[in-house]
Unconditional design. Structure first.
Length: 116
């Protein structure tokens, strides 16, 4: 059986230099036995360097807000950063078609990952 890693990279992963990132999005997990979770963390800690960074608030441009019954994900900080980067925080709407050669093609890729 070919693993997804081998299919993607054409070779087995180098387990001597493996970094694992994991996060627990919820402050509780009703379906898990706490002793089993603790045992898993202890076993992983024997193999990998691990740090508990606490609850997730911001990751890869996505803000995370917790409320009773769920979480809210947003990209407002990412959008604000992109507007600041392009010096468009005070921009006003204009009629189309736009004038050419504004150099905006350089930053369009930054907005590809934002979903509003």
């Amino acid at each position: 059986m070919v693993t997804p890693f081998v299919k993607l990279f054409g070779e087995q992963p180098d387990y001597n230099n493996l970094k694992v990132f994991g996060c627990r999005c919820f402050s509780y997990n009703k379906g898990s036995n706490p002793s089993h979770v603790l045992e898993l963390v202890l076993q992983l800690g024997k193999k990998f360097s691990m740090n508990d960074l606490g609850p997730l608030h911001f990751f890869l441009g996505i803000g995370v807000n917790y409320f009773e019954g769920g979480i809210h994900l947003n990209q407002s900080k990412y959008g604000a950063e992109m507007l600041a980067k392009t010096e468009m925080t005070l921009a006003k709407a204009v009629a189309t078609p736009l004038a050419r050669k504004h150099g905006l093609h350089e930053v369009v890729g930054s907005f590809v990952y934002a979903s509003f």
